[in-house]
Design a protein around this ligand. Structure first.
Ligand code: ZN
Length: 355
């Protein structure tokens, strides 16, 4: 925790901020180790304070030895002035991407009534940018979550048969994951068959899976708070010509990106590698989402690999590479692997077969 706090304090100094008020749950956990479901952090150059209520005081003491625990109760107006009193804050950063408008108004209102009110400074993705670069223990937890997703894919591939519904298959996957040691799944498992697979984020339906059509599976597990994310598209029986053609294009795009992504490239450049392959095959409009996203404490986090992303990919980042082609009425194909940027290249973490 102290290394993470050190990095955060350096960022605060660069931005000439006296403190940051953390309200985003994963950021709170990342910086403190406190996994209770309510509370705020206030970090200054010297202090690290966890403000939480009666329900979590014992847990907070145990989980956050480096923090001073500040008990809170009821309305923020009752405790916020005391929380910051004596800290001599001139500039206080807050998480603009997370805080609600009503909380912001309340905070402004409370601060406005103070004798020497600090200036509220909106911050965007500050802790998220620290979280994007993983430590070895974080990568190890993600790799364990990826292994569970790989095993779940193998399991469902072994038992999937025509007539099984998407919902039944999704539950089989989730049950397998939980019984194999996954925490609650980080996102709803996707099993989408036939035309349903043309929806990139389809919900499993009571539709029976038929032979010869695409079946898109998107599976995530969670280990020690860290997620994995894996997509495969399979076919029961003989695939039709569209499947063979589209699958080859998507696989080609994915392998191209896996091979050519290099450290220092921007998210947009990485995305372009796969997008060009799909565009040259004539399916540019059928690839309507980004190439990938970071994975960690959240299933979707920084970095983003997509058009307009200027953020460079650096060593230690963990992200997905998941091109897809979606044809309304027929279905879709997505192939997604999890990678870690290591020695300048994208090293694959997920191991499920693709051919
Ligand atoms: Zn994904």
């Amino acid at each position: 925790m102290s290394a993470r706090l050190g990095k955060l304090r350096q960022k605060l100094a660069e931005k000439e901020l006296d403190a940051i008020f953390i309200s985003q749950p994963e950021n709170r956990y990342y910086l403190s180790g406190f996994d209770g479901s309510a509370g705020f952090l206030l970090i200054t150059a010297q202090d690290a304070i966890l403000a939480t209520d009666f329900r979590y005081l014992e847990q907070a003491k145990e989980q956050t030895p480096e923090y001073r625990i500040f008990p809170i109760a009821g309305d923020m107006a009752n405790w916020f002035p005391e929380l910051i009193s004596g800290l001599a804050l001139a500039k206080l950063g807050f998480e603009a991407g997370h805080i609600t408008l009503s909380l912001y108004r309340k905070l402004s209102d409370i601060i406005g009534k103070l004798e020497s009110p600090p200036k509220l400074v909106p911050l965007d993705g500050l802790v998220e940018s620290l979280r994007a670069v993983k430590e070895p223990e974080e990568i190890a937890a993600i790799a364990r979550a990826a292994e569970l997703a790989d095993r779940a894919f193998e399991h469902i591939e072994g038992i999937l048969q025509a007539g099984m519904t998407e919902k039944e298959a999704a539950w089989e996957i989730e049950k397998f994951l939980r019984e194999s040691g996954s925490q609650a799944v980080p996102f709803d498992i996707i099993v989408a068959s036939g035309p349903n697979s043309a929806l990139p984020h389809a919900k499993p339906s009571p539709r029976s899976i038929q032979p010869g059509e695409p079946v898109l599976l998107d599976i995530g597990a969670r280990v020690s708070g860290y997620s994995s994310d894996l997509s495969r598209t399979i076919c029961l029986g003989a695939p039709d010509d569209t499947f063979k053609k589209v699958y080859d294009i998507v696989l080609g795009a994915q392998l191209t990106a896996l091979e050519l992504i290099k450290e220092g490239m921007t998210g947009e450049e990485a995305d372009k590698l796969a997008r060009t392959v799909i565009a040259e095959a004539g399916y540019e409009k059928a690839f309507g989402h980004s190439l990938g996203h970071g994975v960690g404490l959240a299933a979707h986090e920084s970095p983003r690999l997509g058009p307009g992303t200027t953020e460079p990919l650096t060593s230690g980042m963990v992200f997905t590479i998941e091109p897809g082609v979606y044809l309304p009425g027929w279905g879709g194909v997505r192939i997604e692997d999890l990678v870690v940027m290591e020695n300048g290249r994208a090293k694959i973490i997920s191991k499920s077969r693709k051919v």
